[in-house]
Design a protein around this ligand. Structure first.
Ligand SMILES: [Zn+2]
Length: 425
């Protein structure tokens, strides 16, 4: 078998494309891997077809193009072709479509699919770059194209429970706003900042018909989010979940601790030294050491001890299944909290009461904004890998790539890709 025939078969090319030559370049100092270059041509006797309308037309000219393909053994492999341009009577001069790559790509579809699989498996751009021998920008472009494909194919039918939340981004105190599909456990989109405009932008990206179907939205008690949500999905209940409430109450407990610690220290009392996380952490997750430390503290005589007890008691609210009994519980708790003489706790209790409708909504819509574990882990990885995400655009692409549950692969690759993460059937 001749080398051209062999490559024709390996590439699975069919007429009018045919392999006309195969050349190799040996490895060298500046090229650690040898290269195989496969030249492909459009048969001279085959009619040219306009990619836009399907009519045939005369050849206008041709352009030499080159694509990276999957390796041949350990040799980097490229396809090169003079791609003809057809002069379509209807559409003008158009480049004919090639069978192995998307229009703007410099990689074959199979190579892109391979790179996507590597990125999904290692979840690190640096590692993926090494494994695929791509440049930084090339990895970025493959991810961008994959996400663009995924978003174009994505269905938003049947959205019912959504979550609107903030995430910190980068090293400083920059925030991004994230819209989740709670049921589908996927990130729908994210935008910079946590302003009214940011939330409006997220909502505007959901088509009106899908917005009308939303039953409830888990959201922070952040006023701009609430205003945007009420305007975009007026029929939807707003639910403040336990994580948002715990955040408010933890802030209050910590403030009580800081003030009390400062006062005690002035008298040489170090009781509250190194106790910050003891008061904030879920007791179920205490270490043996923390448990012992906690037992040694005289809770009743400490302000922070009382604040902590009020915070812990609040969590019972989430067990109620009826709004009326939840409301009764809240009223009792509220009385206790507001008579605690602990100013931060009184403030937090008042904040919670202002948002009581959203707290009670949880009895009916049991949703939270806690994104799936894998999503959180991925976001942590992405944040740790800061070098790869110098700007928001790349960060957004990475989150959608890993947490958007998008169909990322080029068309035509589905029969050739075998991957546990590839959900297409
Ligand atoms: Zn045409």
């Amino acid at each position: 078998m001749r080398d051209t025939e062999l490559y024709q078969t390996l590439l699975g090319l069919t007429t009018p494309w045919e392999v006309s030559g195969v050349a190799i370049t040996q490895a060298s100092a500046e090229r650690p891997l040898g290269e195989v270059s496969v030249t492909v041509q459009w048969r001279a006797d085959a009619a040219l077809v306009c990619p836009a309308c399907g009519r045939s037309g005369p050849r206008y000219d041709s352009r030499l193009r080159r694509w990276r393909h999957l390796n041949t053994m350990q040799w980097k492999t490229f396809i090169a072709a003079e791609v003809p341009r057809v002069n379509c009577p209807q559409c003008g001069v158009k480049q004919v479509r090639v069978a192995w790559a998307e229009d703007a790509s410099r990689f074959t579809e199979l190579f892109e699919a391979f790179a996507i699989q590597v990125l999904q498996a290692v979840r690190s751009k640096v590692q993926a770059q090494g494994l695929t021998e791509l440049s930084w920008d090339q990895v970025d472009r493959i991810m961008e194209r994959a996400v663009a494909r995924g978003l174009a194919r994505r269905s938003l039918e049947g959205l019912s429970y959504l979550g609107l939340d903030e995430k910190s981004f980068g090293k400083g105190h920059d925030y991004v706003s994230v819209l989740h599909d709670v049921v589908g456990r996927r990130v729908l989109d994210l935008v910079p900042e946590r302003t009214r405009e940011a939330a409006d932008t997220l909502w505007a990206a959901i088509p009106e018909a899908q917005r009308q179907a939303v039953a409830a939205v888990a959201a922070d008690m952040w006023q701009p989010y609430l205003e945007a949500t009420r305007a975009a999905v007026p029929q939807a209940a707003i639910v403040h979940d336990k994580f948002h409430c715990a955040k408010e109450l933890n802030k209050a407990v910590d403030l009580v601790r800081r003030r009390e610690h400062r006062a005690l220290k002035r008298e040489g009392d170090e009781t509250l030294s190194r106790t910050k996380y003891l008061w904030l952490k879920n007791p179920d997750n205490w270490t043996e050491h923390q448990r012992a430390h906690f037992r040694s503290l005289k809770l009743d005589s400490l302000k922070v001890g009382r604040a902590w007890a009020i915070k812990e008691a609040f969590a019972d609210l989430w067990d109620y299944r009826y709004a009326a009994s939840a409301k009764k519980f809240f009223d009792r708790w509220y009385f206790w909290a507001t008579h605690s003489r602990l100013e931060p706790i009184i403030d937090a209790a008042k904040t919670l009461r202002r948002h009581l409708t959203g707290l009670l909504a949880y009895t009916k819509h049991r949703i939270t904004n806690a994104v799936a574990e894998t999503t959180n882990a991925t976001i942590q990885l992405i944040k740790a890998n800061a070098r790869g995400y110098r700007n928001f655009t790349q960060y957004r692409i990475a989150i959608l790539f890993h947490c958007g549950k998008l169909d990322l692969y080029p068309t035509g690759c589905d029969t050739m890709i075998v991957s546990p993460t590839h959900t297409k059937t």
